[in-house]
Design a protein around this ligand. Structure first.
Ligand code: 5CA
Ligand code: ZN
Length: 408
């Protein structure tokens, strides 16, 4: 489906400013920082929205994290091959459509368009491949056929399930034991208690048609894809195996990323991704911000209230992507003060030399995307009134644009 338009990203290397260091990112599967320095393009898959109640600040924070990763990769001289999905047919979307009386595909289209507008306003790099589940039915069917050939599929009534123990490495992404998995599974779309399953953790691959719900005629019968296999199919098709980073919020570690990885590995006999990178959860009023709870701060509402999208971006950048944090309404006012100070600072005819600042920002961002450290370095530079260098303001403006995506 149509993506959105990416912002222009200055290449600091082309401006004679050298290249940034190798990027280190935290991999959930190993619990360690790992260097991410592929030869050729870096391949990135980020799990996209389920399009209802888009775009809240939790979504924005997660997509910003992977925008920062791409900026750091590019600064190191890499090209980036970026794919994102849209879960445009799934239970929560259909439930919301039913509850509001809006056609499910109209609801999805409306929310995807709002998401595109919010991402554009926040200057978030767009995926080259932006792919909906409803565009992916054939790919899913063919992946399920391959899983079946590998002996990993069984039927419960007319639905198809994945036998998670077909993958000897099941559990390697989350590192959770079975008891912990069993606790989380039903909270995140799983159905451990369904009669007829071989193991409670086995997950749905294909759901047979239910009355009043959308379905597609395929050689598996009339139905629609399960959630995890959608992302496995899209990522394999557009990025291949062992791509560099599988990304999303930490609520996707289990079961979603665990299941997608196992389903892909059973078919390809290769790792799904090299690293699993997860953004922390943004909360509001004491709980995780979520569509199902309704405690949302929407990017579009902040924009409609007249807040500069660059201040929204700066408010998000003030938190490390891996931390869980809570949104408070005064965050935007603080970001507006910082934005104004930075705009003044880069406009000075003479400013403190920019080389140290560039080094500090690059070092921070290559070290697991430490945006708060980068912001602190820029604050220090902006507050320093030892005017010396006529180029420094321009260098700082360009570096802040390239590495943090903030247009001053
Ligand atoms: N469509 C699936 C992924 S395939 C999905 O999780 N959709 S979503 O709309 O619920 O979330 C979209 C992205 O935002 C996911 O990466 C999710 O992990 C992330 N996300 C959701 N809520 C929050 C939150 N409160 N804080 C940070 N990230 C969040
Ligand atoms: Zn996904």
């Amino acid at each position: 489906m149509r993506s959105w338009s990416s912002p222009d990203i200055p290449l600091l290397g082309d401006l004679g400013l050298g290249v940034g260091p190798v990027v280190q990112v935290h991999d959930t599967a190993t619990g360690r920082l790992r260097p991410s320095d592929p030869s050729g393009s870096a391949r990135l898959y980020v799990c996209g929205i389920t399009p209802y109640d888009a775009t809240h600040m939790g979504h924005a924070s997660t997509y910003l994290a992977f925008d920062l990763l791409q900026r750091a990769w590019r600064d190191h001289g890499l090209d980036v091959d970026y794919t994102q999905n849209v879960t445009d047919v799934d239970d929560p979307l259909l439930e919301r459509a039913l509850a509001t009386g809006i056609d499910w595909s109209d609801l999805a289209e409306r929310e995807i368009e709002l998401f595109r507008q919010d991402m554009t306003a926040l200057r978030i790099i767009a995926p080259a491949n932006y792919v909906g589940a409803v565009e992916t039915i054939d790919l899913v069917v063919s992946l399920i056929d391959k899983l079946d050939a590998a002996g990993a599929v069984y039927r419960v009534d007319d639905d198809l399930y994945f036998d998670v123990h077909a993958d000897a490495g099941f559990g390697a992404v989350s590192g959770l034991d079975e008891q912990a998995m069993l606790q989380i599974f039903p909270e995140r779309g799983g159905d451990p208690a369904r009669a007829g399953k071989k193991h409670p953790l086995d997950c749905l691959l294909w759901q047979a048609e239910r009355p009043g719900e959308p379905s597609w005629e395929t050689r598996l019968g009339r139905g629609r894809p399960g959630w995890h296999v959608e992302c496995a199919a899209i990522a394999l098709e557009h990025l291949g195996t062992a791509f560099d980073v599988q990304g999303g919020g930490s609520d996707l570690v289990f079961p979603h990323h665990e299941m997608s990885a196992s389903e892909a590995t059973v078919v390809t006999h290769e790792p799904f991704a090299q690293a699993y990178v997860h953004a922390g959860m943004v909360g509001f009023e004491g709980e995780k911000m979520s569509k199902s709870k309704g405690n949302l701060v929407l990017v579009s509402a902040l924009r409609a209230a007249g807040h500069d999208p660059m201040a929204i971006r700066l408010a998000l950048l003030a938190h490390h992507y891996r931390s869980d944090w809570e949104w408070f309404d005064d965050e935007i006012a603080k970001a507006e003060v910082r934005l104004a100070a930075w705009r003044d600072a880069v406009s000075r005819p003479l400013a403190p030399a920019g080389a140290d600042l560039l080094r500090a920002v690059r070092t921070a961002m290559a070290d697991d995307l430490d945006a708060p450290a980068a912001l602190a370095a820029i604050d220090t530079w902006a507050a320093d009134d030892s005017a010396a260098d006529p180029q420094a303001g321009r260098t700082a403006r360009t570096a802040i644009d390239a590495l943090l995506g903030v247009a001053l």
